[in-house]
Structures are given as C-alpha cells and as structure tokens.
Design a protein around this ligand. Structure first.
Ligand SMILES: CC(C)(COP(=O)(O)OP(=O)(O)OC[C@H]1O[C@@H](n2cnc3c(N)ncnc32)[C@H](O)[C@@H]1OP(=O)(O)O)[C@@H](O)C(=O)NCCC(=O)NCCS
Length: 184
C-alpha cells in the first residue's frame, strides 16, 4: 500500500526547497511556461494563458485529493525556479512517474537533478517501489538530469510519444528504485 500523505510536504536540499504550490505562484508559472523549450519538451498546454496557470493550480490540488499526483513548487530564495510532480500514481503496482521543468534563468545550477532526487526519495518513503520518467529521444538535458539523479536508462518505447507537431516518435524510459522496499 502507498501511505498517501495528508498534505504535500516541504522538502529541502541546500538552497532548493520543494513545497506545495500556492495560488500566488501562478503569475510566475504563467511567465515561465511561455518558454519555448518547456512548451516543446513537456506536455504543458500551448498556448499557455494566465487562466491556464489557474487551471493548473486547481488541477494539481485535485490530483492530490484523488491520490493521483503530488505536485511541488521548486523554490530558491523565495522565487519559483521549477516544477516537480509525481503523477500517474498507480497504487496497486507501487509506481509513479516523475515530471519537471526548470525556469530558463534558473538552469545550470543543479536544481533539476536535486529536485528529482528529493521528489523520488519522498515517493519511496511513502511506499512507491518504482519511479519512472520518459523523455523525448533528443532531450539530452533531461536524460543527463535523470542519470545524475540516480535513474537508469531502461528501454526505448517505440513510437511512445507524440510531438507537438503531431508526429509520433520513440521515447526513452528511465527508472529508479528504492534501496530498501518499504512494506506498508
Ligand atoms: C532539462 C532541464 C530540466 C535541466 O534543468 P537544470 O536545472 O539545468 O539541470 P541540472 O542543473 O540539474 O543539470 C544536471 C546535469 O544535466 C546537464 N544538463 C542539463 N541541461 C542540459 C542540456 N540542455 N544539455 C546537456 N546537458 C544538460 C547538466 O550539465 C548537469 O550535468 P553536469 O553536472 O555533469 O554538468 C531544463 O533544461 C528544462 O526545464 N528543460 C525543459 C523542460 C524539460 O525538458 N523537462 C523534462 C521533460 S522529460
């Protein structure tokens, strides 16, 4: 069983804090999600309107209540630098999927792999036995992040993703496992 938390926790590694999203973060989310790289390499809605950020705030809270996802704001010095989410939480099989983005001006400081580690360790602490992450084949940056966060490259999912332009492409699957399986 997964021991679902009563609220989204706050996690720290150095200057990086993962905490629950606040409604007041949504102006930053709106601005950051205008980034063409985030729009190309993740599944954020495009175009990303101000109301899209408000919808995200509602959606992530509902995902938590439904025990389907746990979403974190990545914060450094009080500013939103990134987004981390454990989603597609499959309780029976004890696995979930990690997704993230980092604001363009906050990249290159290690926040992605540190946040990935924090979120994944938390997932293991509540009973998940596998955290997976899927990238586009050309998303070398994200693949490096995952390897640095202790994930292994597992396999290529043939025709496993659809690009923004509607074409189908292979996807690269990574996974990380707990050192000790927590039986709950
Ligand atoms: C990919 C992304 C999350 C990286 O964020 P970041 O905070 O800069 O990553 P980190 O600083 O933790 O980098 C970890 C390692 O990956 C490497 N790396 C990060 N981005 C890279 C890139 N675009 N190309 C090559 N290497 C990259 C870093 O150099 C670092 O390795 P090093 O310590 O050996 O130098 C960020 O560029 C981003 O948000 N991209 C758009 C959204 C996205 O791709 N999300 C993931 C979808 S699967």
């Amino acid at each position: 069983m997964i021991s679902w938390p009563s609220s989204v926790p706050t996690l720290m590694d150095g200057e990086l804090m993962l905490r629950p999203w606040a409604e007041s973060d949504m102006d930053s989310v709106f601005e950051i999600c205008q980034d063409p790289t985030i729009q190309l390499l993740t599944t954020v809605p495009v175009p990303y309107e101000r109301s899209t950020a408000d919808d995200f705030f509602v959606h992530q809270a509902r995902g938590f209540d439904l025990q389907d996802s746990i979403s974190f704001a990545g914060i450094v010095n009080g500013e939103v630098v990134g987004s981390f989410a454990l989603h597609h939480c499959i309780h029976f099989d004890h696995f979930c999927e990690l997704g993230y983005w980092i604001a363009p001006d906050a990249r290159g400081h290690g926040y992605a792999h540190l946040g990935a580690k924090l979120a994944t360790s938390f997932a293991f602490s509540i009973g998940f036995r596998r955290v997976q992450a899927v990238t586009l084949p050309e998303n070398v940056g994200s693949q490096k992040v995952l390897l640095k966060a202790g994930f292994e490259m597992e396999t290529v999912l043939r025709q496993g993703m659809t690009r923004r332009d509607g074409t189908q492409t292979d996807a690269v699957m990574f996974a990380k496992f707990p050192e000790v399986i927590v039986e709950m």
